[in-house]
Design a protein around this ligand. Structure first.
Ligand code: F6P
Length: 523
């Protein structure tokens, strides 16, 4: 049973995709079209006239959302129903209730499961507030080292960098994620451990990289005659190996119903953001995420930005068959944002079976990649304009700078120039250019859309995170795949452990292939 292939809308969209609108034709991309194909929510505008969609396509995409029950599935997710499962096979089999980590504002979800989860999350927030108060009053720490990897690193780090302009002047933040000893060594060289708070983030409390780096830092603390139990806090699931009151100064919790890559708004991001930027900043960030969570339940598809983004993504992926998607923020503060969205999307949608365990006969998640503009223009935009592959682009932009510091040069400010470049790329990709010289021909019809807000603030950053989280969830609901597990990372982990056991002489089990590779360590 391949539900996605069997929807009526899928058939319709397949036909429409045979002759998508030609944006390069005079009269195709008009000011009226730009006005018409735009939408707004939570202070964001979504401009998609430069996608290869028409009213017909949008109607069929809306039908697809309806046929797949996408909105209802979203509601079930936010209500705390089990959405992380594979029918009739062992699976994680649990809710994906990351929305509960920020459901503290208007229109709280009335479902019992969601309320209970939000209550647990609020307890952690209160614990965090008390903890911050104590360490601030004692003025104990000037530095913070975050140790974690994957969802326990990318989200918190990308969001901290995005709001770095609000960093308290007297604190310094460091990250250790890789098991590469050089990363750890360089961070340890740069801190005074006496004044350092170490935050170990691992949902499971079992991740090789994180436990190894914890051991290194713990060892260094001990060498410096410092008590690790006075310097290290943890964020993990209750009962995990990191949930040990004797070893740690404080233990913050997340639960199995918050996926690692969906945990930024939980304590995983909360401790770092509160320490570095202040609790109020973190709270505003939650408020923004919550705003988009609620907007995600809007039944009017055209006003529901995550659903709109999901549907356009599906049009580009399944009907126009583009294999990748570039996320290009025109904001230096979002420099690590594409990396976070890359994990969020690719770990969720790097899947080839549906929720019934059947191999799908349609494309699922695209390859996600990106860098901030305008830098990207001077790097890989050549391929975006003239390469043999078409790469849809999701642009993100802001009308005002974050710091308010700007400079008028030759009649325009830098922020204006930044935005002008964003709009220029959006138009140039769509319109292309004719020329007698083949080397100067731009084929055009390269789809992109823009997410635009006034300023990158804690609130808008929260909205943006929720936008991507829900865009991805909607796509999974429509494709009928489980967006919330990550079985595909296991084989590599198990294989690495076998090789590590050989290296440690702990494994008597022969592993000839591993040994053959290890023989190459001799130089
Ligand atoms: O290897 C992938 C992964 O399981 C991610 O899903 C997760 O975000 C990361 O490892 C870290 O896991 P943990 O938070 O349990 O250390």
């Amino acid at each position: 049973m391949h539900m996605f292939s069997q929807y009526h809308a899928t058939e319709k969209l397949k036909k429409l995709a045979q002759h998508p609108i030609d944006l390069t034709q005079p009269g195709s991309l008009t000011p009226e079209r730009i006005q018409k194909f735009s939408s707004a929510a939570c202070g964001f505008k979504f401009l998609y006239a430069t996608e290869r969609v028409t009213e017909h396509v949008m109607q069929s995409l809306t039908d697809l959302a309806r046929e797949s029950n996408a909105l209802n599935q979203m509601k079930q997710m936010q209500d705390g129903e089990v959405v992380n499962f594979i029918h009739n096979f062992p699976s994680e089999n649990r809710p994906a209730l990351h929305t509960a980590t920020r459901d503290f504002f208007e229109n709280q979800n009335p479902s019992e499961k969601a309320k209970e989860a939000a209550h647990l999350c609020l307890n952690e927030i209160n614990k965090l507030k008390a903890f911050m108060k104590t360490i601030e009053s004692e003025n104990r720490f000037t530095d913070l080292i975050m140790i974690g990897i994957g969802g326990s690193d990318l989200g918190p780090r990308a969001h901290f960098i995005a709001l770095q302009h609000l960093k308290k002047p007297n604190v310094n933040i460091h990250f250790i994620s890789n098991i590469d000893p050089d990363e750890t060594a360089l961070v340890l060289r740069s801190v005074n451990l006496k004044k350092t708070l170490v935050v170990i983030v691992s949902k499971t409390g079992t991740t090789l990289e994180t436990l190894t780096n914890e051991a290194i830092v713990r060892n260094r603390l001990e060498q410096e005659k410092l008590d690790p139990a006075k310097h290290i806090v943890t964020i993990s699931m209750p009962g995990s190996p990191l949930d040990n009151p004797e070893k740690y100064l404080e233990r913050f919790y997340i639960w199995d119903w918050i996926g690692g890559r969906f945990s930024t708004t939980a304590m995983v991001g909360g401790v770092l953001l509160s320490f570095a930027l202040g609790f109020d900043v973190y709270w505003e960030f939650l408020r923004g995420a919550n705003c988009m969570d609620k907007a995600t339940l809007n039944m009017d598809v055209k006003q529901n930005l995550p659903l709109l983004g999901a549907l356009i993504g599906i049009w580009n992926r399944n009907f126009l068959h583009y294999p990748t998607l570039a996320i290009i923020p025109y904001s230096q503060a979002l420099t690590r944002y594409p990396a976070h969205i890359q994990q969020l999307d690719m770990e969720s949608h790097g899947k080839r079976i549906d929720i019934y365990g059947n191999t799908v006969n349609y494309e699922t998640g695209p390859v996600i990649w990106g860098e901030p503009g305008t830098n990207a223009q001077h790097s890989f935009f050549q391929l975006l304009h003239q390469g043999t592959d078409v790469v849809p682009v999701e642009f993100i932009g802001f009308t005002e700078s974050q710091t308010g510091e700007d400079f008028k040069f030759e009649g325009t400010t830098s922020q204006e120039k930044l935005l002008a470049n964003l709009f220029a790329q959006n138009l140039a990709l769509a319109l292309g250019q004719k020329n007698d010289n083949p080397n100067k021909v731009f084929p055009g019809n390269r789809p992109s859309h823009i997410l635009l807000a006034k300023q990158l603030t804690p609130f808008t950053l929260g909205c943006l995170l929720s936008y991507f989280e829900h865009k991805i969830a909607f796509q999974g609901f429509i494709w009928n795949i489980n967006s919330f597990d990550q079985e595909g990372v296991q084989l590599g982990k198990v294989t690495a452990n076998k090789i590590i056991a050989r290296l440690a002489n702990k494994s008597s089990e022969p592993y000839p292939l591993g040994d053959a590779l290890l023989a190459n360590l001799e130089f």
